[in-house]
Design a protein around this ligand. Structure first.
Ligand SMILES: *Cc1c(COP(=O)(O)O)cnc(C)c1O
Length: 454
């Protein structure tokens, strides 16, 4: 059949309150045109993030009832550890309350002042944990990964020539190499198996460990199956196993590709490093058999990991973003191509040339989406990155708007509704106007800034 259906039935529903356009205009003005300041029950389709927003399955909810909340030696930890090890070839599995806690522990023990850590692109919490340790974070993604219209199949790949050059100068101050799969900051673009293998070969040549930030490992594995002919006939779990066989460890947010609402882990092969990590874990998260989690959360992750590698789910998942990208292109709306795994990015600067970057074209799109359709998206551009440390302001490299899709939450008709909202915006782009910021904090201004329409 040509129609790709949602491979699940809906047993429990969360009603969506349908608001009117007039109500939304008033709510947005009350929130000073910052969608982070809206109440989520005033949103019809919430595409702010795919993190922790997954719908859990009946099997996950029933596993939750088996959660054993013992402080030490919980069978829930054993089931969690087994589920992780069934997919990922690591010796030591250390649970944490989120991905960033795993990063914090890793970098607090391996990195420090004067050190350098290269990656394809560090996620923002990864970068900030590296910088907090005193080290510097470097992004070495391939050039195609920075060009929104380029159709390269693996735009998340590391530029291995630049990596080699980088290590020729800095290998003695490089405690590890990171690789983010998929590349979140770049729009959920995948990394190929060949690239993982080459990065691993270079890491071995310089005797530097390779850690994978594996938040969207299943989506990445399915892209490999679809786009790297050698792996066409491989099962997703086998591709996952092979991807991680090249690494010495991983950090993970279970809020992404584990269908959990909270959780994460640090996985390591090196026993000495694992002992240090567990000591740190006890200081800041909890005993090694629960980390920062309840036993029931470990159960939800264990079951989620069995479901995330299902090919009918992954087919539906990647089709969702590809479908929306196709429809937006039919409306001549510039988007980052090809479609990534978890998100669709609109190039607001290219779409709204009448709004200069310092009047925030991305914010104009975000506000238009909410007023017209109650859709919540996220500006990733000059609002987020434009403020300089000295308080001055500069255009960000790109003005993008991200639509991130919660897993198993929305259906085809939600996608069609989203397209209709975009069609209405596209019919009169001049109606979208710029904004100015009237109040902002010194850092991370996108969360709390207040805007006025120009
Ligand atoms: C979300 C994310 C993290 C951080 O995980 P949290 O669970 O949100 O702390 C790290 N890396 C990537 C690529 C992510 O997407």
């Amino acid at each position: 059949m040509k129609t790709i259906i949602e491979p699940f039935r809906i047993k429990v529903v969360e009603p969506i309150r349908l608001s009117t356009r007039g109500e939304r205009e008033a709510l947005l003005a009350d929130a000073s045109f910052n969608t982070f300041l809206l109440q989520s029950d005033d949103v019809i389709i919430d595409l702010l993030t795919d993190s922790g927003t997954s719908a859990m399955s009946a099997a996950q909810w029933s596993a939750i009832m088996q959660g054993d909340e013992s402080y030490a030696g919980s069978p829930s930890y054993r089931r969690f550890e087994k589920a992780v090890k069934d997919l990922l070839p690591f010796e030591h599995i250390i649970p944490t309350h989120q991905g960033r806690a795993a990063e914090h522990i890793l970098f607090s023990i391996i990195s420090g002042k004067g050190q350098q850590i290269p990656s394809n692109t560090h996620f923002d919490t990864t970068r900030s944990n590296i910088e907090e340790s005193g080290a510097m974070a470097h992004d070495l993604v391939i050039a195609e990964g920075l060009d929104p219209a380029n159709l390269h199949p693996f735009k998340g790949n590391m530029d291995t020539e630049r990596l080699q050059e980088f290590l020729a100068n800095h290998s003695s101050s490089t405690p590890c190499i990171m690789l983010t799969v998929t590349n979140n900051a770049g729009g959920g673009q995948p990394v190929s198996m060949a690239n993982i293998a080459e990065v691993s070969r270079i890491a071995g040549e310089f005797k530097i460990p390779l850690f994978i930030d594996g938040c969207r490992f299943a989506e990445n594995a399915f892209f490999i199956k679809l786009r790297e002919p050698e792996y066409e006939d491989w099962s997703v779990p086998d591709i996952v196993g092979k991807m991680f066989s090249y690494a010495d460890g991983m950090t993970m947010s279970a809020k992404k590709d584990a269908f959990a609402n909270i959780g994460g882990w640090l996985a390591l092969n090196d026993g000495e490093l694992a002992e240090k990590a567990r000591t740190r874990l006890i200081q800041i998260e909890g005993f090694p058999t629960y980390g920062g989690l309840a036993g029931r959360d470990l159960e939800a992750i264990a079951q989620g990991l069995k479901e995330i590698v299902d090919e009918s789910y992954l087919t539906y998942r990647l089709r969702t973003t590809a479908y929306i990208v196709e429809k937006l292109q039919e409306l001549n709306i510039p988007v980052v191509q090809p479609a990534g795994g978890h998100a669709v990015f609109i190039d607001a600067r290219a779409w709204l040339p009448h709004i200069p970057s310092l009047s925030y074209p991305g914010q104009a799109v975000v506000c238009g989406l909410y007023e017209i359709g109650g859709v919540r998206a996220c500006e990733i551009g000059t609002v987020m990155f434009g403020r300089q440390p000295d308080g001055s302001e500069q255009a960000a490299p790109m003005d993008l708007v991200r639509l991130a899709f919660p897993r198993r939450v929305y259906t085809q008709s939600h996608a069609d509704y989203l397209i209709e909202v975009f069609a209405e915006l596209a019919a009169d782009t001049q109606a979208m106007t710029g904004f100015k910021i009237i109040k902002e904090p010194a850092a991370l201004r996108h969360f709390t800034s207040r805007f006025e329409r120009l």
